[in-house]
Design a protein around this ligand. Structure first.
Ligand code: NAD
Length: 489
């Protein structure tokens, strides 16, 4: 496809060499048309073994971890070569992810490419050593210095919903910090990662083995990365269920695990807010990219006395957003990624009905779309926070509207969730808004539509939404060890 994908399919990048997969190839599919776009190398366990060995050697036997200037240069070269191939990358991303093209000028492509600068700059500007000064310790005058060092070999395992965002938000800081990396992307979106292989091999100075890209149709290769003793750290984004298994698998070798997991975030509308506007806006955000965003506020908590008004506003906003061809410039809601994901969303809609919920709009497949994994933007009402669709992550364009009985109850319900990833509050009284922001146990909070997403803002979850923070200086420091060096003064 468009010059980025070689005729036989995308290769693996292992030890600086582009190689075919030991298990042949596997198809990647356009979610909007159900057509096979082409093929990606299907790595074997032996390929994964070789990638880990290459990353280990590059870490142990080269100066990569001690050369921040080289790291910054390589990351800037990666940003430049991706920018030079922006249009083919955009076309490929829309085709493989089913991402609305409008999102590729933001978090689906251009945002994460630009964010590589943040990582590159940190490699150069970070204070790698901090002098604690001299202290008399048990009669020995000692000068102590805190030195930050790379963790070692990092296994990066990523999902399919925002592949560039998540791949680059892991490899950028991990490499900038001096680690070497084995990237294993999701089987649904292998190309978004794999096309970087030839670009890196041909247009950057990354030493062989510093960054390895291993595509596979088999989740077991992720598990192999997690359990291999040569890997020092796993950075994982995906479902909470898989996150648990990653943590279990990493326990045998006590690996550092950094987990970005699922969410069921709440938008809290206070009674002094413009309730219809807040409900419409929240509904709109849940339809974006067919609801395949971990931080979306998929529970809308509104004052009980304004419930009908909020439901009507949300339903009207959702009804105006047809699930449509992601290549059209105006499309907000494209397809979900696969038939399996569509079946999951449909199963949840049926569950909502079985538990007494009403489907206010949507709930099915759009009329006239007989190809593509499309789901209509959907609003569900008539349930409380104990309903399955209010507790579990659906990962589709489905908003559940719930009633609250005042600010304290709204905070209680928002927190009555195994998750704690994100959230929002809508209101005009600053003190009440502040109380909600401080009361909700989540990693990010938006106030009256404020946006937090940028390279400098740490992102991550409380509770079962994860451990650690991605992006920002905090995200960079996840990839660092701390060493204290003492010398006689
Ligand atoms: P998933 O958990 O099924 O898979 C994620 C990755 O893990 C894939 O690369 C997969 O091959 C790999 N994997 C699967 N089983 C594994 C195992 N046992 N050991 C190691 N690796 C394994 O998730 P998904 O369906 O690809 O993505 C959707 C999920 O990702 C949603 O739950 C969503 O909330 C979450 N997500 C979270 C964030 C965040 O930052 N918090 C961002 C995006 C998506």
């Amino acid at each position: 496809m468009n010059g980025l994908v070689p005729a036989g399919g995308t290769p693996l990048l292992i030890g600086g060499t582009l190689i075919p997969g030991g298990s042949g190839v596997f198809p990647t599919v356009d979610p909007a048309t159900e057509e096979v776009l082409g093929y990606a190398a299907d790595a074997s366990p032996a390929d994964m073994d070789a990638a880990i060995a290459a990353a280990r050697t590059a870490f142990d036997e080269t100066d990569w971890s001690r050369d921040p200037a080289l790291r910054a240069r390589c990351l800037r070269q990666l940003r430049e070569v991706m920018t030079a191939h922006l249009e083919p990358l955009r076309e490929l991303t829309v085709a493989e992810v089913g991402a609305p093209v409008m999102l590729t000028s933001g978090p689906q492509l251009e945002g994460p490419i630009a964010d590589l600068s943040f990582a590159a700059d940190l490699a150069e500007s970070y204070e790698w050593e901090t002098d604690l000064g001299t202290r008399d310790l048990m009669g020995v005058a000692s000068r102590r210095v805190i030195r930050r060092e790379a963790v070692g070999v990092v296994g990066a395992i990523t999902p399919w919903n925002f592949p560039h965002q998540i791949n680059l938000a892991k490899i950028g800081p991990a490499l900038a910090a001096g680690n070497t990396v084995v990237l294993k992307p999701a089987p649904d979106t292998p190309w978004c990662a794999a096309v970087l292989g030839p670009l890196i091999a041909e247009h950057t100075d990354f030493p062989p083995g510093v960054l390895n890209i291993v595509t596979s149709s088999d989740h077991a290769l992720g598990a192999q990365l997690v359990t291999d003793p040569r890997v020092d750290m796993i950075t994982f984004t995906g479902s909470t269920r898989t996150g648990r298994s990653v943590m279990e698998g990493a326990a045998a070798t006590l690996k550092r695990t950094f987990l970005e997991l699922g969410g069921k975030s709440a938008a809290i509308v206070l009674d002094d807010a413009d309730i219809a506007a807040a409900a419409s806006y929240t509904a709109f955000t849940v339809a974006v990219h067919a609801g395949q965003g971990c931080a979306l506020t998929t529970r809308l908590l509104v004052p009980r006395e304004s419930y009908d008004l909020a439901v009507a506003a949300a339903a009207s906003a959702m009804a105006g957003l047809a699930a449509d061809d992601p290549r059209k410039p105006g499309t907000v809601c494209g397809p979900v990624v696969s038939a399996q994901q569509r079946a999951r969303v449909e199963r949840y809609v049926e569950l909502a009905k079985a538990e007494g919920g009403r489907v206010e709009t949507g709930g099915g497949r759009p009329a006239g779309q007989d190809r593509g994994y499309f789901v209509e933007p959907t609003v569900i009402s008539g349930l409380d926070n104990s309903a399955t669709v209010a507790r579990e992550e659906i990962f589709g364009p489905v908003l559940v509207v719930l009633a609250h009985d005042g600010d304290t109850d709204a905070i209680r319900q928002a927190n009555d969730s195994p998750y704690g990833l994100s959230g929002s509050v809508w209101g005009t009284d600053p003190d009440r808004v502040k109380a909600v922001v401080e009361g909700v146990r989540t990693g990010t909070m938006s106030v009256n539509g404020g946006l937090w997403y940028h390279a400098d803002a740490p992102f991550g979850g409380y509770k079962q939404s994860g451990i650690g923070r991605e992006m920002g200086v905090a995200g960079f420091e996840e990839y660092l060890e701390t060493k204290v060096i003492a010398t006689p003064a």
